[in-house]
Design a protein. Structure first.
Lengths: 647, 272
């Protein structure tokens, strides 16, 4: 019994730490409508700053802590408030992309300074223990629990008792109105962000001694606080704090069980926070999960259209370029092949993100399922191309499963549900016999007999990519595409016209899963092996969304262009860079570009005209697009910035 | 003119009750809306007009009562199912597909009815369906005089034009009973007049029944054969617009009790 008491106490201490970050997350979400995916990265950044001051420069820890809080908490809180202000009217997808961008930027800055290797982080709180009910308790644990409790109680009272606290919620929905009653909305929002980031900073500094200074692990640990926020229904601070403690107690107990039993138990501790997030999102009544700030998203980016001729004209350089790749870039065929597969992955994602305004943060998980399915079918002697097709088909039920939350949830809650699904799959299923297996030997995935050389295999991927592009094009221009666009604009109107709107996200997710599954089957044979490392939800799934959005930064760029640009940025260019630091700089650039793309999405768009078309403009203005009508098809949409506008 | 006897009921509401928590929004309302012609629903703000509409359309679950559509009980049906059975509606807060063009918006009205007809209809339209969709949209857009806006993006239009597009979309659908929720709010006086003409013409030409919530009394007087008056969730009268305007109770519901009392007192004062 005593051993469990000790575990519970350790869990409560961890929960108090994580609970701080979770409360900060909820606080800034309530005040701005922006769910901060960078919360973990901010914690890591704070740990880095504290490490610099305390361990490297030898400052006393209280001084180091104060400086860290001022620099990261207050300083970064101001930065976050500005970003939040600029994307307030953007679509939910864009808001998510902006914080993913910040997360990527911070992580790369962190890695530039401290490298990718875990450094030991000295503990600074008193380590002495005392006996209580036969259990050894460290003073450190007592202190963090007191800090956490004080923050939870203080924040709760602040919201109940003070005018500023009560006005926080009103600010998101109608900043001007709150301004009218004499409260400056910017001040309130800034305070919310400062407190939110400060809490993340405290979490980062407190948690670092137990896991060391490692940007990725720190980020991931704080991402686990999303589950606590879900328990608090993304609005109640005390419930969030309690949820964090509950989750961490479960984690502590399961860690012991994992150590005793081994095997399948090993993955349980890391899975719990994400499983909680997924289950809570799946089971919560819809009325609990009202998206904060959605009412602001009323601005419409009017998207000009162009004729099919322009569409074909845009396609020609792409085809020529892809055909020339094996000649121009002979030495990097592996990178380009992988890039081509990611083009397919991005196209599959664009069906969700760009067409139906849904967000999926588990696209790489679909690919992982497809990769394993293709491998296993290949083992059974199924012909190679058929394997690929079947891999796509096998992935469809997984897509349908993920669509269950998609039917009920939208916006940020769907993003969190897909993220948690991806994380659960990755930590609990990847390394079982169902998927990649428990042994560290990767799956051997041969190329087909008819495309053994690097060049031939590249062309094979390109050909399959072309087929996938035709599928995407077909879906975009079909009745289904039109229905999905309509639903993204106004689900209630579509329902009033007699369409069962629940089926639409299901179909969209199935189509996206099919393409992603097929793409997954192509990844392994590029280098001959497939391993879990190729299919990491964080960062790959997040970067897929961010890069797709950056690729579509110019709304005149079509699905193919955006996918190609995104895949080259995400996969191909990094393969040319051998320097770790330059690679981090590239990531930093992606992060900043993602934020910029999100901000830019709220601006209006000028129509696209070919240079020579501008001269003919003197004619009647309405006849652009007329040829398309004659043909009985809608004119090709020049696609709007990913995610469209209204939620 | 057809015989009045051939007229059938489009919408038959019996003892409909809608509650929001402790608030009684609609209190045992019974009313009949004929399958042709335009019927009005008026009442002061908060009278329960939109709640009644939402309960008819299936967006709100009523606490009691029944709704019959062309003689079929649809009380337990989903909004989409009611749409299939011939109910169409517009919204008080305009609900357009803002990133689609006007033509695409109107076409969706017709297209949506094809979606569940056969397997795979969700994916792709047949040529015949496409032709019919286009022809319907052309006709309706001409009727609503928005043909010149066909290629504009709906979200970029002015409010008056958006209202007309929303109306055209529901006209393009096969729905035979249309619920219009404050179709003239946000329109200028000129636009209202034009809208009234179009509404009457469209309802007659396409043979649709219309049930309309409206604040503009002149408009209601011009277009409605019959009106129902709601106040505090209760049906206080039904009849022609002239009768409604003459009714003391209707006057009171709009002017408010204290004012009516005050008037009464003044009258008494005069007598004294």
């Amino acid at each position: 019994m005593h051993e469990y008491l000790a575990l519970i106490i350790a869990g409560v201490a961890d929960g108090a730490i994580v609970g701080l970050a979770a409360m900060g997350l909820v606080l800034s979400y309530k005040a701005s409508g922006i769910f901060n995916f960078a919360q973990g990265a901010i914690g890591a950044l704070a740990a880095g700053v504290f490490y610099q001051l305390y361990a490297l420069w030898g400052l006393a820890w209280p001084l180091a802590a104060v400086i860290t809080l001022l620099v990261v908490g207050v300083g970064f809180g101001f930065v976050m408030e500005r970003v939040a202000h600029f994307v307030a009217r953007a679509s939910t997808t864009m808001k998510i992309v902006s914080t993913i961008g910040i997360m990527v930027s911070i992580t790369s800055l962190f890695n530039l300074r401290y490298g990718g290797i875990t450094k030991e982080f000295p503990s600074f709180l008193p380590q002495q223990t005392f006996q209580f009910a036969g259990v050894n308790i460290a003073w450190e644990e007592v202190i963090v629990v007191v800090i956490g409790l004080a923050a939870a109680v203080g924040m709760t009272l602040f919201f109940k008792r003070t005018l500023m606290g009560r006005s926080t919620r009103a600010i998101v929905d109608d900043p001007q109105l709150v301004g009218l009653v004499g409260i400056n909305p910017t001040t309130v929002r800034r305070w919310a962000w400062v407190i939110g980031t400060a809490f993340a900073a405290v979490t980062g500094v407190l948690i670092a001694p137990s896991i060391g200074l490692d940007g990725n692990t720190l980020t991931l640990l704080v991402v686990a606080s999303f589950g606590a926020a879900a328990i608090g229904r993304f609005s109640s601070l005390p419930l969030t704090f309690a949820g964090a403690i509950g989750i961490q107690v479960l984690v502590a107990i399961s860690t012991k069980l994992a150590a005793e039993h081994g095997g399948e138990w090993q993955s349980v501790p890391t899975t719990i926070p994400f499983a909680v997030l997924f289950v809570v999102l799946l089971l919560s009544p819809k009325s609990w999960l009202v998206e904060v700030g959605a009412s602001l998203q009323q601005r419409v980016v009017t998207v000009p259209r162009s004729s099919p001729l322009i569409g074909i004209a845009k396609l020609i350089p792409v085809v020529v370029f892809v055909a020339l790749v094996p000649i121009l870039f002979k030495t990097h065929m592996i990178a380009w092949s992988k890039g081509m597969v990611f083009v397919i992955l991005m196209m599959s994602l664009s069906l969700l993100v760009r067409l139906s305004n849904q967000i999926s943060l588990c696209q790489i998980s679909f690919a992982a399922v497809g990769a394993v399915a293709a491998y296993k079918l290949g083992q059974d002697g199924v012909p190679w191309l058929l394997c690929l097709l079947l891999a796509g088909l096998i992935t469809i039920p997984i897509g349908a499963f993920v669509a269950i939350p998609a039917v009920r949830l939208s916006g940020v809650y769907l993003a969190l549900a897909t993220l948690s699904f991806g994380m659960v799959l990755q930590s609990a299923v990847y390394e079982t016999s169902w998927m990649f297996g428990t042994n560290p030997v990767p799956l051997i995935t041969p190329r087909p007999g008819f495309a053994l050389s690097d060049q031939d295999y590249f062309y094979l991927i390109a050909a399959i990519g072309a087929v996938c592009y035709l599928i995407v094009l077909f879906v975009e221009r079909s009745r289904l595409g039109q229905l999905l666009r309509s639903k993204a604009d106004s689900p209630i109107a579509l329902e009033a016209l007699g369409v069962n709107i629940n089926v639409l996200p299901l179909v969209a997710f199935c189509a996206a899963a099919f393409l992603a599954g097929a793409a997954g089957g192509l990844i392994g044979p590029i280098i001959g092996i497939a391993s879990p490392g190729d299919f990491q939800t964080i960062p790959t799934s997040l970067l897929l969304v961010a890069l797709l959005v950056i690729g579509a930064r110019n709304p005149h760029v079509g699905t193919l262009g955006a996918s190609l640009g995104g895949a080259i940025g995400l996969i191909v260019i990094p393969e040319y860079i051998s320097s770790y630091d330059v690679l981090q700089c590239l990531n930093l650039f992606f992060g900043v570009a993602a934020v910029e793309a999100a901000v830019a999405s709220t601006r209006s768009v000028k129509p696209f005209r070919l240079p020579w078309a501008a001269k003919k403009k003197a004619g009647p203005p309405s006849d652009s697009g007329a040829p398309a009508r004659e043909a009985g098809r809608p004119a090709p949409r020049v696609v709007e910035p990913a995610g469209g506008q209204s939620a | 003119m057809p015989e009045a006897a051939t007229e059938t009921l489009g919408l038959k509401v019996r003892d409909l009750t809608v509650r929001y928590g402790g608030v009684l929004a609609v209190d045992r309302v019974s009313l009949d809306v004929p399958a042709t012609g335009i019927t009005g629903l008026i009442g002061p703000n908060g009278a329960g007009k939109t709640s009644l509409f939402n309960a008819c359309a299936g967006l709100v679950r009523p606490a009691g009562g029944s709704v019959e559509l062309f003689g079929r009980d649809v009380s337990q049906r989903s909004p989409a199912r009611r749409a299939h059975l011939g109910l169409g509606r517009t919204f008080q807060r305009i609900e357009l597909f803002k990133t689609l063009t006007v033509r695409e918006n109107v076409e969706m009205g017709r297209e949506a009815s094809f979606v569940w007809r056969r397997p795979l209809a969700l994916l792709q339209a047949l040529p015949a369906e496409r032709r019919e969709t286009r022809e319907t949209a052309d006709r309706v857009m001409e009727l609503c005089r928005i043909g010149d806006l066909a290629d504009r993006v709906a979200g970029s239009l002015a409010t008056g034009e958006q209202r007309m597009v929303e109306f055209a979309r529901v006209l393009a659908s096969p729905a035979r009973m249309l619920l219009l929720d404050e179709p003239s709010s946000g329109l200028s006086a000129g636009e209202r007049k034009r809208f009234a003409e179009i509404l009457v013409e469209a309802a007659e030409e396409l043979g649709r029944g219309v049930f309309v919530v409206e604040h503009d009394m002149d408009l209601v007087a011009r277009i409605c054969r019959q009106v129902y008056v709601l106040n505090f969730g209760e049906l206080i009268m039904s009849g022609t617009m002239e009768e409604a305007l003459a009714s003391d109770e209707v006057q009171r519901s709009y002017l408010g009790e204290p004012l009516a009392k005050q008037e009464a007192r003044e009258r008494e004062g005069e007598h004294a």
